[in-house]
Design a protein around this ligand. Structure first.
Ligand code: ZN
Length: 60
């Protein structure tokens, strides 16, 4: 037997915990947003998802 790739599943779920409220979140690539924000006076950007429970943006 040989493993063959027959396609790519775009809905590959990952899990992360919200650092603000502790909710366990499952997300897929489509949910990730690349957002810019300011940290310590410096412009930063990261891939983030928004927690549906507390609306906090969680870096993934
Ligand atoms: Zn949260």
């Amino acid at each position: 037997m040989t493993v063959v790739v027959v396609g790519q599943d775009p809905k590959q779920f990952k899990e992360v915990s919200c650092r603000n409220c502790g909710a366990r979140l499952r997300y897929c690539r489509d949910d990730v947003e690349h957002r810019s924000y300011t940290c310590c006076g410096k412009p930063e950007s990261d891939d983030m998802i928004q927690c549906p429970q507390c609306t906090h943006w969680v870096t993934v």
